[in-house]
Design a protein around this ligand. Sequence first.
Ligand SMILES: [Fe+2]
Length: 174
Amino acid sequence: MLINLGQRPAADDLLGLLLDCHTRIRTFSALAVDLGRREGLPAHQVEQACDRCARYFSEALPLHVADEEVSLLPRLSAGRAEVQAALASMHGQHQEHEAPLRALLAALSALRASPGDAALRARLLEVATPLAAAFEEHLQLEEKHLFPALDALLSPQVQAEVVAEVRARRSPRT
Ligand SMILES: [Fe+2]
């Protein structure tokens, strides 16, 4: 395996849940870059890593974006000017990520189909590297300017509501 994600208990508070999501974004961005760089991996490892990355970026990441856009943004929008500016940047960056994410998923799918193809690996590296950098900038914006404001702007009851929404997004639908 390229990266061992390890196992640790999931957070149960809002900040912890959001930071766990950020850890996963960094982990899978790094995995995509690593996959683009590594020569000579067995085909089955390349296929597995492509599948894990594609599943994360197509299924899990959109849930985190919804956590922030749907559950957090409206509740923080009465914050001071610095928080409002960070929310506007966050929203804009979520939109800016959409096209490179589509390119990343296309590159993963192509490499998954031909795991030994060096040109497809190079293409993955070409799209994954700037996207990983864009994610890092985005995560740092949220961690520096939004997350520290959570306790001041959201009562424990409102934070519990957000946590319930975050969990509901991930609960299996019946
Ligand atoms: Fe975000």
